[in-house]
Design a protein around this ligand. Structure first.
Ligand code: GLN
Length: 284
């Protein structure tokens, strides 16, 4: 990649380089990073394909492409990730929001609408992507976002400001330890759910993400056990729990909620047809 090249030739060179390093989505990565350098929308790149970026822009782009070739996720390089219709600021204190998790938000919004649920708690909020999307797209009277990590909560608060979600309560807490006697209509969570064994087999990109946001004790079941045994105390009558699933552990997780305290247990599949969400209602 040389200075004096056009947008088009830079993109082609970057794509070829990333392909040669074994990356599988090199076209998307090359475009996302160049549009970030040029402060333009990815969808507008083709309109400026013959323009020649400045030397400074080219050297910045080279640096980003090199970082990406070392498997740093593009979202950590740009510091932003899209989720639902919003942009979230992210850094290495928080997990990069995943497209699959959008389904969790959509299901929570539809349950809230159908059953007139007015309050929601997002456990393990990380970047705040779930809580903020619920606050922006739903008609809740109150949304709370909880995390054990102060650094994550700081990012979540910034994201609430960036997205103008002004009504969220942020709670620093190790799961339910510091919630006090608050109760909610819906509790939603995308908890860490990868076991140590699974962790060792993951793509190198995940090594850049906070391990605390990915892995859980008890073979990845720790949060499901905690939620299954304690969430009752924090839900209003007829309250609903919605939790993202580790698709490899469906039977074990379902077993935790096959208990007299829960009814109407449903497993909802994602767009790849994998079991992705467990929905349960409390029996009181
Ligand atoms: N709730 C955040 C997300 O879905 C963070 C989840 C986590 O840290 N496990 O992206």
């Amino acid at each position: 990649m040389l200075t004096g090249e056009s947008v088009y030739t830079l993109l082609k060179a970057a794509e070829k380089f990333l392909n040669s390093k074994g990356l599988t989505d090199s076209k998307a990565d090359s475009e996302v990073l160049l549009s970030f350098v040029l402060r333009t929308k990815r969808s507008k790149l083709h309109l400026i394909r013959d323009q020649k970026p400045t030397d400074k822009q080219v050297s910045q782009y080279k640096e980003y492409i090199l970082r990406r070739s070392q498997r740093e996720p593009a979202a950590y390089i740009t510091g932003f990730a899209g989720f639902m219709d919003f942009e979230f600021k992210i850094n290495r204190s928080v997990l990069i929001p995943r497209p699959e998790t959008e389904l969790l938000v959509e299901v929570a919004l539809s349950v809230a609408k159908k059953e007139n649920k007015k309050s929601a708690l997002d456990l393990c909020t990380g970047s705040g992507c779930i809580a903020i999307s619920l606050s922006k797209l739903g008609t809740f009277d109150n949304v709370a976002a909880l995390d054990i990590s102060k650094n994550a909560l700081n990012i979540a608060k910034e994201n609430a400001e960036i997205n103008n979600a002004t009504d969220i309560d942020f709670i620093e807490s190790d799961i339910f330890d510091s919630i006090g006697d608050r109760k909610f209509d819906i509790i939603v969570s995308n908890p860490p759910y990868i076991s140590e064994t699974e962790y060792s087999t993951l793509e190198p990109e995940l090594g850049y993400e906070p391990k605390i946001a990915l892995t859980a004790k008890d073979g990845g079941l720790f949060f499901y056990n905690e939620v299954g045994s304690k969430v009752l105390d924090y839900l209003n009558n007829d309250g609903v729990v919605l939790i993202e699933l580790n698709a490899n552990k469906l039977d074990e997780i379902r077993q935790i909620f096959l208990d007299d305290n829960y009814k109407e247990i449903e497993i909802i599949n994602d767009y790849a047809n994998l079991p992705r969400i467990l929905k349960a209602k409390i029996f009181k």
